[in-house]
Design a protein around this ligand. Structure first.
Ligand SMILES: Cc1cc2nc3c(=O)[nH]c(=O)nc-3n(C[C@H](O)[C@H](O)[C@H](O)COP(=O)(O)OP(=O)(O)OC[C@H]3O[C@@H](n4cnc5c(N)ncnc54)[C@H](O)[C@@H]3O)c2cc1C
Length: 425
């Protein structure tokens, strides 16, 4: 069918070729729209890339994502094989407990009594319909109300610190857990939300996250999507005679900059969104029988670790590392530390986690540090307020990104899909 018979086909420029922008381009092109992707850098991927190293892969941001039918379908289409985290990683996830009754590395830091207390509270709140977060409620207040103090302090606070890099006392409950209590935005999304993924838990492309973008780029090229690289377009207030729809798929500060002339109030509010600085240290050494096995360990804020947590990368996706290699990814907040300071902090955390003093084995073979001064948005009450009052973008402009209430890749994917479905077909 030619375009004359499909009047709703649009000409769309997608600004940003990270995960969000390339997925938007994929879904828009699939519906027949004419798509051009524009990015300031040379290669797609944005924060995400996989750097080769003789001992294995280094991921610069996301190591994987939660299995989801939409992303499984996209992976099939672009020719990426997704692999699940190993059995040992799926089975063993640890939290560092500060409880004298159950100190140190634990897979479940609550005592039996605390677990039963939490289960009763949870069931009662579920039965009485009180689980949904209240507007402007912190995650801490929500936790205390729904799962009780021990579970909030020992489980919830540590688990979210490793993902959102912020304490429960500042995080917004609506932004972090609200989606579990919301109805889906669109019919297809609802179907895909209910559909079960073929794989379970954390998955990643067989050859690392970078493979997603190499294959995505090839797929988009084959579908006639144009790429304009090393270019930062300006959006002008005066509409052009033949307007092209613009999808802004960047971070919040860049979206603020891009909308400055076309939507000043929207731009002002976007510019107030706070971004967190994150450092990751990928560490390679020889493996040892003393190394703990599993997904990794998240540290309690009060435990005094320098890091938020550690992923045992060579346990999660062992096929991506040389035999006999121990690969770990340490995650720290802040970007002002020198390489030596980061090394020293990782080393101290590592010795403490393994319960040993520094030994010859603890000397890193190699360490690669990635700094993100603006890694991802702070999911706090201020962001909840901003999102509640954010003006609609002007006609012809669509915003997508990790600052709009969904941080993880699978959740961003759903957001993009919902926006694509809002277009008349
Ligand atoms: C250390 C770290 C670990 C993470 N781990 C996980 C994880 O395990 N699982 C998970 O699901 N998520 C994880 N995340 C989050 C996830 O990686 C990000 O939310 C996601 O990659 C954001 O993708 P994006 O496309 O929205 O933004 P970006 O990756 O920032 O891409 C934006 C793109 O826009 C381009 N751009 C910006 N401004 C302009 C402009 N003016 N003109 C043209 N181009 C422009 C940039 O060059 C970039 O390519 C992690 C994030 C970090 C930092």
């Amino acid at each position: 069918m030619n375009d004359q018979h499909r009047p709703n086909l649009r000409s769309i420029q997608v600004i940003g070729a990270g995960f969000t922008g390339t997925l938007a381009a994929f879904l828009l092109a699939e519906r027949g729209h004419r798509v051009t992707v524009i990015d300031a850098s040379e290669h797609p991927g944005g924060l995400i890339s996989t750097l080769p190293h003789p001992r294995g892969d280094i991921e610069t941001a996301a190591n994987g994502f939660i299995a989801h039918p939409l992303l499984e379908r996209v992976a099939d289409e672009i020719g990426v094989k997704l692999v699940p985290a190993s059995k040992v990683a799926r089975k063993n996830r640890f939290i560092w407990s500060v409880d004298p009754a159950k100190p140190g590395r634990q897979s479940w830091p609550l005592t039996v009594g605390e677990s039963i207390g939490m289960a009763f509270r949870l069931l009662w709140n579920l039965a009485t319909g009180r689980m949904a977060p209240r507007p402007l409620e912190t995650l801490e207040a929500w936790g205390l109300r729904t799962i009780g103090r021990p579970a909030t302090r020992k489980v919830l606070s540590t688990a979210v610190l490793g993902i959102y890099a912020s304490p429960v006392s500042v995080l917004s409950a609506s932004l972090v857990v609200g989606r579990f209590f919301k109805k889906s935005g669109s019919a297809t999304t609802a179907v895909e939300k209910k559909a079960r993924p073929k794989l379970r838990g954390t998955v990643a492309p067989e050859r690392g996250m970078g493979e997603w973008f190499t294959k995505m780029r090839m797929h988009l090229d084959s579908r006639g999507v144009k790429f304009v690289t090393r270019h930062e377009p300006e959006l002008e207030a005066t509409p052009l005679p033949n307007p092209t729809e613009t999808w802004i798929c960047t971070s919040a500060p860049e979206a603020a900059r891009l909308t400055r002339k076309v939507a000043p109030e929207l731009s002002r509010q976007l510019s107030e969104i706070q971004l967190l600085p994150i450092v990751t240290a990928s560490r390679f050494s020889d493996s040892s029988p003393q190394d703990p096995a599993g997904f990794g360990c998240l540290f309690h804020l009060e435990a005094g670790f320098n890091s938020l947590g550690v992923l045992w990368s060579s346990d999660i996706f062992p096929h991506r590392f040389a035999r006999g290699t121990r690969a770990e990814t340490w995650i720290l907040k802040g970007d002002a530390l020198s390489d030596d300071e980061i090394l020293d902090r990782v080393q101290r955390d590592r010795s403490r986690l393994s319960g040993s003093g520094p030994t010859a084995r603890d000397t890193p073979c190699e360490i690669k540090i990635t700094r993100w001064p603006k890694a991802f948005p702070l999911y706090d009450i201020a962001l909840e307020r901003t999102l509640a009052s954010l003006p609609r973008p002007p006609d012809g402009i669509v915003l997508c990104g990790n600052y709009l209430g969904r941080l993880g890749l699978s959740q961003i994917a759903l957001q993009v899909q919902e926006k694509v479905e809002e277009l008349p077909s």
